[in-house]
Design a protein around this ligand. Structure first.
Ligand SMILES: C[S@@+](CC[C@H](N)C(=O)[O-])C[C@H]1O[C@@H](n2cnc3c(N)ncnc32)[C@H](O)[C@@H]1O
Length: 335
């Protein structure tokens, strides 16, 4: 497969324009343009800019980049934008773009210095936890939560913990789904906890959900954890690794959450493939970003291999369509 076959005619132009269009997806999402187009299928460009207090030339520039990617079509008189063929798929996957360019944008921008490996470069590693959480929640709601909901239907719980809770969306859904239940959200990032607090307040659950800013890999027992009987942990399990650390973290949960009977652990594993033309969304970005951060991403085989020694038994594995290379492991406490 040559680069021309992968990128069509004029590879540099296509690559350049793709990069810009990807940023345009994120901007269009953040300013409400994607939602407006999804709701109405069309919008009056000048009116949209005015009503949302946006700089009209910027809105038009974003629409041009999206038009190049066939996400929208701008009318010949330049008054109106309408959804185009690629819109539904791009709308559904916008969270991946938000994760990469919004959440990890600063890391990608500073990659040249970070890759030099010195302490100054390593010290520049920055990600935006709020945008990461917003991105993962968006694709998680569509592609992960339906599978998780089916798993949770068969499980009794009165107090659910979400480890690495991000913007709190999943925890709120789980608590709302079970009348009388309570929830504990744990995240290391203050920005994520802040977003989660807003989400919990909006849902009217401040009296049923506790949020804890803490490192899931170094938890100590606390009164809030005493009644947790089920835990979810999505898209952060790779942070438990390397293996010895992962074993200690998983085993430690048995003491930290004394009543915990099961964990839904969903994570993206290392793809173990070279980047060919059929590489799906996310994989390249996920592995690139974690390599820059020097974070180990285990393979599926390594995950399967760690459970028997972890104090947890993997009762079932569930597939999700997106993210690619992602499983939900249903772990139950080993006796
Ligand atoms: C990719 S996001 C996923 C968020 C959410 N679980 C979801 O699926 O939408 C990973 C989250 O885990 C949090 N996180 C990463 N390492 C952590 C750790 N050691 N302890 C607690 N939270 C952590 C990050 O701050 C971030 O909010």
């Amino acid at each position: 497969m040559t680069i021309v076959a992968r990128l069509g005619a004029d590879p540099p132009a296509r690559l350049f324009n793709s990069a810009l269009a990807a940023y345009a997806v994120v901007t269009a999402w953040e300013v409400g343009l994607l939602d407006e187009l999804r709701a109405a299928g069309r919008l009056d460009i000048a009116r949209f800019a005015r009503e949302h207090d946006l700089h009209e030339p910027s809105v038009r520039a974003v629409l041009s980049a999206l038009e190049w990617a066939e996400v929208v079509r701008v009318s010949d008189d330049a008054h109106e934008a309408r959804t185009a063929d690629a819109f539904p798929e791009i709308y559904a996957t916008k969270g991946f773009f938000g994760w990469l360019l919004g959440g990890c944008g600063e890391l990608l921008r500073t990659g040249g210095v970070v890759a030099q490996g010195g302490s100054w470069g390593r010290g520049l590693i920055r990600r935006d936890a709020g945008r990461i959480g917003t991105g993962t929640a968006d694709f998680g709601r569509q592609f992960i939560d339906p599978v998780l909901d089916r798993m949770l239907e068969g499980i009794d719980y009165t107090c659910i913990a979400d480890l690495g809770c991000g913007n709190g969306d999943r925890l709120v859904r789980a608590v709302l789904a079970r009348p009388g239940s309570r929830g504990v959200g744990i995240d290391i990032a203050p920005d994520a906890i802040e977003l989660a607090r807003k989400r919990v307040a909006e849902a009217g659950l401040l009296d049923r959900v506790v949020l804890v800013e803490a490192d899931v890999c170094r938890l100590e027992p606390r009164p809030e954890f005493a009644d947790v009987d089920v835990a979810t942990c999505f898209l952060m399990g790779h942070d438990f690794w390397p293996r010895e650390n992962c074993l200690a973290v998983l085993d430690g949960f048995r003491a930290v959450f004394p009543r915990l009977g099961g964990i839904a652990l969903g994570d993206t594993y290392r793809s173990e493939r070279s980047p060919g033309a059929d590489l799906p969304i996310l994989t390249l970005g996920f592995e690139y970003v974690h390599a820059l951060m020097d974070k180990y991403v285990p393979t599926l085989g390594e995950w399967r291999d760690v459970f028997p020694d972890s104090g947890w038994r993997c009762q079932a594995e569930h597939d999700v369509t997106l993210p690619p290379n992602t499983k939900i492991f249903h772990l139950v406490r080993a006796s």
